[in-house]
Design a protein. Structure first.
Lengths: 424, 424
């Protein structure tokens, strides 16, 4: 484990005990600076400008072309490779630990390098090339199967043999804080003989975690279980917004399309796989059936990360409607990436793969309103006395995620999105 | 119609009568020049370097930044907008028509600007952002429905109400001439109780036409039937390679994934929508049922373009296994793009949308081996005495396409791809 992960490290920057961003995290993101952009990290509530750090000599010896650190997206930075980006993470750890005075004592540099997080605009961190959404939580797939197919045979025959996935729309992935307009589209009302057109009536979130590909492959090449982690740069929270009524009518036989492509939201900070190492946890047993050899998992490749979803009405009190955990995944990220490329499909830096809805075993841990309200039959009571079967106009959905161990909390911050009424 | 389309125009460059590239075509592509790239067009068998044309003053007054014309991809050129790119097409038409001597009489410029097509490497013309594959040929959807579902109710309930489509993999779209390695993957043999892993046994082509988005939209914005053509820059031939056995096992419930993502091939020249104007043809009646108003088609939006598929064994004689036509589409490109964005999904310059397999009403016009061999029950006899149910190792599949009217033939050239054996 990197020395940047040492739980005893403290920073000379203030880090509140409930902060997601102690000195052990050092995630990467982008913020707007004038007409340009800056690669950044965050400790406590201070956003740290990596371009300014490099310009002022604090990355001496790391040999990083500073044009990379004023890019609009992290892709070029990630393309430097883990060896280098991990050194950047360690250098930042050294500069900001409580025993290092070099930058702390230089007020001019500090002013140029640090900005309170409330004072900067965090922008879309990644130029997403291709985006793939998996369907890898067993409880979620089972819930959906029970609701829409046969409760006795909820899982489809292929589900336990491969991580089912599909290609999603990359262009409509947006950063946390971006408003989402309720989509319009075709729906087939129950009992009707022809479809109708109008605003989605069953708008839902899906609680997911996404990972960003950090190392490309060539067409024809396959990633395997042993080298998959080298290709994973880091993780984000991911809200796979879903229009259930549009999806239901359109998705046979070729899968989700307009029911998903109106928007997906991600958190602004990419938390590196290295920062999450302390939260590595047991993977579920896979022996009934055993996966084919290329998917065989013989290590702990799940992560114990608490995941929470709040619905916040406009000017109202929010409610936590879901408490789940990333450890509930049946298929892990390495299996997903190995399967994804077993046919020779190439991946590029900045590609994004999302987990699929992460549901736990109980209703309180279900990762979508479809499951929480069980197709609308069990509405959720809100603090203001209203109920929710799905998401209302002007509701904001907030997903948070963090791990905690040895007194250190490593988090993602949040991904939030407010639903605006459909356009006239 | 543009004066560049005038069927009476002749070029001072030699154009054989069966050439796809008379002076009325002027498609756009990219070729490799030293360590860089050049935006190009073609007349007859001469590739024309647009960077050199501009540098030598032949685009005077068009005000085009020459860095755009040495890009690796056409995206920046297309982003100039149709108004400008159509002026480029017209200027090229003027320069190369038989009555214009300016360039013809300047040997030095001619040498710098022209290269025989056999002497240059045509490269991937577009950096594809998002790729969407539709399923818009009624005969194809009916054939698939008859084979795998109910022959009496071959079309699924949504098919006549909307252009069914799904997101595809952009990273693995390659240019004509790129070898394709037979993919490996999971398959469930008939009668087996668990899947096996190995090379695809049922490798297929799908005859499709793709269009390239030429004008972007913002998230939340929708394209409509009246302005859809403004967003279509041009068309390519598209081979949507398909691994039928992998697809069959994986695709429920979220659609095609690894059965498609190992490769798709496109032709190197993007033929502009404007060049295809003479081949505009009647769209099919859509009144049983009528589509919802946002999809209503009241113009001729199909195109009469002959499409042919040849299978060519290694060192053997080829056979044309399919003669189809782009006019067979039930849903046209404008309907596809309108539907695609009706939920607010944004599109970008360089996005690609493919038609889905284009089958005509008879076996000889079916656009895939799945249909031609009717699931392998009716093999095709090859000239060397062998048979094909699907595509063999070392076979090359060649798709060609062209329209003919008033003595003018406007074509796409070809998209070809050779199947290499699966990796050990």
């Amino acid at each position: 484990m990197s020395k940047a992960n040492n739980p005893k490290l403290k920073s000379w920057l203030t880090v509140e005990s409930d902060s997601d961003f102690p000195i052990q995290n050092i995630p990467f993101g982008i913020f707007r600076k004038g007409k340009g952009f800056r690669v950044a990290t965050i400790i406590g509530d201070q956003v740290i400008d990596l371009f300014e750090l490099n310009k002022r000599g604090y990355f001496a010896g790391l040999n990083i072309d500073n044009s990379v650190l004023k890019s609009e997206f992290l892709n070029d930075f990630i393309s430097l490779g883990k060896k280098k980006t991990n050194k950047v993470r360690e250098r930042i750890s050294d500069l900001f630990k409580s025993t290092t005075r070099k930058l702390k004592s230089n007020e001019k540099d500090r002013k140029a390098i640090l900005s309170p997080v409330g004072k900067v605009e965090l922008t879309m961190p990644i130029k997403v090339g291709d985006y793939t959404d998996f369907y890898s939580s067993r409880d979620h797939a089972t819930n959906v199967g029970k609701m829409f197919r046969d409760p006795e045979n909820a899982l489809l025959p292929n589900w336990l043999h491969l991580p089912v996935g599909y290609h999603g729309r990359a262009s409509s992935i947006v950063v946390s804080g971006t408003d989402i307009t309720r989509p319009k589209g075709q729906q087939m009302p129950v009992g009707a003989d022809k479809p109708v057109f109008g605003p989605c009536k069953l708008l839902d979130f899906e609680l997911e975690v996404g990972f960003v590909v950090g190392k490309k492959t060539e067409l024809g090449e396959s990633i395997n279980m042993d080298n998959a982690e080298e290709h994973i740069f880091g993780l984000t929270l991911f809200n796979d917004w879903s229009a259930r009524d549009i999806q239901k009518w359109e998705y046979v036989p070729l899968g989700p399309f307009l029911g998903k492509s109106f928007a997906s939201s991600i958190s602004p900070w990419i938390v590196t796989l290295e920062a999450l190492e302390p939260f590595r946890s047991k993977s579920p047993k896979q022996n009934k059936p055993k996966p084919l050899p290329y998917l065989k998992n013989d290590r702990d490749r799940n992560y114990d990360i608490n995941l929470l979803v709040d619905i916040v009405p406009e000017n109202g009190e929010g409610k936590t409607v879901c408490e789940s955990n990333f450890k509930y995944m049946y298929w892990n990220m390495c299996q997903q990436l190995t399967h994804h490329t077993v046919n020779g499909c190439n991946v590029n830096v900045g590609d994004m793969c999302a987990s699929g809805t992460i549901s736990g075993p109980k209703r309180g841990s279900f990762g979508s309103m479809l499951e929480i309200s069980w197709k609308g039959t069990m509405p959720v009571d809100m603090p203001d006395g209203s109920q929710r079967k799905f998401i209302n106009d002007n509701d904001t959905v907030v997903i948070r995620g963090f791990g905690e161990k040895d007194g250190v909390r490593i988090g993602f911050g949040e991904v939030s999105g407010k639903i605006l009424p459909a356009k006239k």
